[in-house]
Design a protein around this ligand. Structure first.
Ligand SMILES: *[C@@H]1O[C@H](CO)[C@@H](O)[C@H](O)[C@H]1NC(C)=O
Ligand SMILES: *[C@@H]1O[C@H](CO)[C@@H](O)[C@H](O)[C@H]1NC(C)=O
Ligand SMILES: CC(=O)N[C@H]1CO[C@H](CO)[C@@H](O)[C@@H]1O
Length: 496
């Protein structure tokens, strides 16, 4: 008791004064110490319960993931960053609550260092929960990448040259770039990739069994979260959904992986709940099939009967400079883009932030932000992707069946008949055709584009015959935009 008396109270004058003084002493130091102790206990309790929650759903129970979890807004009930976050205050103010979606991002060890840190620093800052899967266990700038292939049947991995990259990576005694330098890494990474998709879905579901939606994307996919969350709020995860941009392999439909695909809780539950080794049933088959996104569709359909539903162009494989800006897409909402470089991801995120993460983001919004001010009358060594109608002289070069198939052969106007002669003739023909907005000249082919596309620089060829040149009819494009720019209420794909 003495210890907590005020300095001047070392000698209790009397029992009476002591009992009078004691409460005063307690109300100062003792209260401070008790309060400190109590908050320490509460803090411990809180921390262990959060750790417990993390461990239960199969995640890592170490301190770094606990800290990461806190900084991502805990279990994601709030979009605002938590204590200890490196996210700027206010960054997530207008960002939607994404806590019912698990983002599963696929990468490979040869690209993960180049792509993941940029995603984490931009578009994933305010996302509540995500997992990275690759072809090797890694820690990239403090973020865990899980090996999706460690559970592939050992016999399939053995003596299979698809796995040579996998084994080499694990034995690499220096940085991976050096180990991969003298190999055809693009081809090797592609061959290994097809084994990942079903395994990473199975692992993600085991680690996080309770999300409403599972969104599978690549490391170069941009996700438009505000628009996607609005769309998903209209669909029930209790229905077995598998939504994507449909592609076909041997006539079998699947959701294109780079565009991303969404799988509802009900579909994931049918595929994986209370089952063992679902992914392993497909390992052998993958050795003689083409791709992982196709394998996932095949597995899901075979095991559950659920088929992909087409959500294109909302789920999209292009990005602002390669998207066609066309009648049927202009007003549509967009929630994914593919082949997004680190700069694309950073730029599109800055654009979204600048509009306070408002929704919907329509395809036309990307045109106005990224393309409109870049269009010029013509560009040399540039492919504007115009390929709707071709004009060519079939005896002037060795044209492919595809090119000959696109060529207009009958009923040519005088301008069209001359279009193949030069870039200038091609321009005149396009100017004279009411539906031609842009054109490209290359290999003696004049091609018209009836939609707006920006495109890419091309290799500088020494022979002028092989140099690309592209042109835009700015006046007609402006008129087209003006007549299409008013959109009605937004229409999301797939109705429940
Ligand atoms: C974004 O929100 C802030 C307030 O939070 C407001 O001042 C600003 O004008 C908004 N910007 C846009 C483009 O809506
Ligand atoms: C087509 O190409 C051939 C071979 O180069 C040439 O002789 C002919 O004049 C060309 N025709 C036209 C219409 O350009
Ligand atoms: C990306 C793309 O569409 N590239 C095409 C550009 O045009 C040339 C010539 O027609 C085609 O060969 C490319 O495939």
């Amino acid at each position: 008791m003495l210890g907590i008396l005020d300095k001047g109270q070392t000698r209790p004058a009397s029992l009476g004064s002591y009992t009078m003084l004691a409460p005063r002493g307690l109300s100062r130091r003792s209260v401070v110490i008790l309060a400190l102790f109590a908050s320490f206990i509460v803090g411990l309790f809180f921390a262990s319960s959060r750790l417990g929650a993390l461990c239960e759903d199969g995640s890592y129970c170490d301190i770094s993931s606990f800290r990461q979890h806190l900084s991502l807004g805990g279990s994601g009930k709030s979009a605002s960053p938590g204590v200890g976050s490196t996210v700027d205050p206010g960054e997530c103010d207008h960002f939607p609550d994404t806590s019912n979606v698990l983002l599963v991002m696929k990468t490979g060890a040869s690209e993960s260092y180049g792509k993941l840190p940029n995603q984490v620093m931009t578009n994933l800052q305010c996302v509540s929960d995500y997992l990275f899967f690759g072809d090797m266990a890694q820690e990239v700038a403090g973020h865990i990448v899980h090996d999706s292939l460690d559970t592939v049947i050992p016999d399939v991995k053995k003596k299979n040259k698809d796995f040579s990259l996998y084994h080499r990576q694990q034995q690499c005694p220096t940085d991976l770039d050096s180990c991969n330098k003298n190999h055809n890494i693009g081809q090797e990474a592609w061959s290994l990739d097809k084994y990942k998709n079903i395994h990473m879905a199975e692992k993600a579901y085991a680690m996080r069994p309770n999300h409403d939606w599972y969104l599978f994307v690549d490391a170069d996919t941009y996700v438009v979260w505000p628009t996607m969350m609005e769309w998903l709020s209209k669909l029930s995860p209790k229905e077995p959904y598998y939504l994507g941009s449909v592609a076909y392999y041997s006539n079998f439909p699947f959701g294109h992986g780079g565009s991303g695909y969404l799988v509802s809780q009900a579909a994931m539950h049918k595929l994986f709940h209370d089952k063992n080794g679902v992914a392993n049933r497909w390992d052998e088959r993958a050795t003689h099939e083409c791709c992982g996104d196709y394998m996932f569709s095949l597995a899901l359909h075979t095991e559950t009967g659920v088929s992909v539903q087409n959500a294109w162009p909302t789920i999209n494989g292009e990005k602002p400079h390669t998207l066609p800006y066309a009648d049927n897409e202009w007003c549509q909402p967009i929630v994914t883009m593919h082949h997004a470089s680190a700069q694309d991801v950073s730029d599109i995120y800055a654009f979204e932030k600048g509009r306070n993460f408002s929704y919907p983001l329509r395809i036309k919004d990307l045109y106005h932000e990224f393309v409109e001010n870049q269009l010029v009358v013509s560009r040399k060594d540039w492919n504007n992707l115009s390929d709707d109608v071709f004009y060519l002289n079939r005896s002037a070069s060795a044209y492919s069946d595809w090119e000959l198939g696109k060529a207009k052969k009958v009923g040519l106007t005088a301008l069209e008949a001359d279009a193949h002669r030069s870039f200038e003739d091609c321009r005149k023909a396009c100017d004279g055709a009411s539906d031609c907005l842009q054109y490209r000249f290359w290999n003696g082919i004049c091609s018209f584009g009836k939609t707006i596309k920006h495109g890419n620089p091309t290799k500088l060829e020494s022979e002028s015959w092989w140099r690309f040149q592209s042109g835009w009819n700015i006046k007609k494009i402006k008129e087209w935009v003006a007549t299409h720019d008013t959109c009605g209420p937004v229409s999301y794909p797939i109705r429940s």
